[in-house]
Design a protein around this ligand. Structure first.
Ligand code: SAH
Length: 223
């Protein structure tokens, strides 16, 4: 693509987001600001604003811009929340959240991904995003409770530890279902019960319990 990244970003916001129903002005503004090109692999630079997920290292993906916006909008942020993200990946979603709330904690099981994301976020000047290497199915108790939780990897059900670390009245967004196809679900916590709303069919990489190399059953230790 010949246009510069700023132009591509504007077009992405207009055609992939606004015209498809992303209406929260703060979400649109954040998506218009974060330089997605910084979070993709060099070989995918020309596709940084393409309407799809892209491969990153460790066999993972950076989500499609529309899905990032949809999930962010589904969190119903007022701008005061502490947000927990599970699955830092490239750090792009964390960067979008970091513009919208005062505090983001993002957990990633792959140390390499977390380190790379940390470098980019630091270069971009973020100071409100705490990156943690660990098993996100356990949440991150030291900073709990969270007003919002966003799980950016798919699983058959919401991990109980995350329900526990969600503030009453809080919202949790997660792709729920089997490995080949999930539904993006939005949960609100009432006392200890979750009330669920379904958004749309999605396809995410799996939420894998544990961290690499700590589990001898892991099929690909170089993953
Ligand atoms: N939010 C990311 C995309 C996430 S892809 C972005 O904006 O780029 C899903 C990520 O979840 C992958 O990086 C994967 O390694 C991570 N993941 C999978 N299971 C996990 C677990 N149990 N704990 C933490 N991270 C996990």
């Amino acid at each position: 693509m010949s246009q510069d990244f700023a132009t591509q970003r504007q077009l992405m916001v207009e055609y992939q987001l606004r015209r498809r129903g992303i209406h929260d002005p703060k979400v649109l503004a954040a998506m218009a600001q974060v330089p997605r090109e910084r979070f993709v692999l060099p070989e995918y630079l020309s596709e940084a604003y393409a309407d799809r997920a892209l491969p990153i290292t460790c066999g993972q993906t950076i989500s499609q811009p529309y899905i990032v916006a949809l999930m962010t909008q589904a969190l119903q942020l007022s701008g005061k929340e502490k947000v927990l993200e599970i699955g830092t990946g490239s750090g792009y979603q964390a960067a979008v959240l970091g513009l919208l709330v005062p505090q983001v904690v993002s957990v990633e099981r792959h140390e390499e991904l977390s380190r790379r994301a940390g470098e980019v976020l630091r270069e971009l000047g973020y100071q409100n995003i705490l990156l943690v290497v660990g098993d996100g199915t356990q949440g991150y108790p030291p900073e709990a409770p969270y007003d919002r939780i966003l799980v950016t990897a798919a699983g058959p059900e919401v991990p109980p530890a995350l329900v526990k670390q969600l503030q009453p009245g809080g919202v949790l967004v997660m792709p729920v279902g089997p490995s080949d196809q999930q539904v993006l679900q939005v949960f609100r916590k009432h006392q200890d019960r979750l009330v669920v709303e379904e958004l749309c069919p999605v396809r995410f990489v799996p939420l894998v319990p544990g961290v690499p190399n700590s589990d001898p059953r892991e099929e690909n230790p170089d993953d």
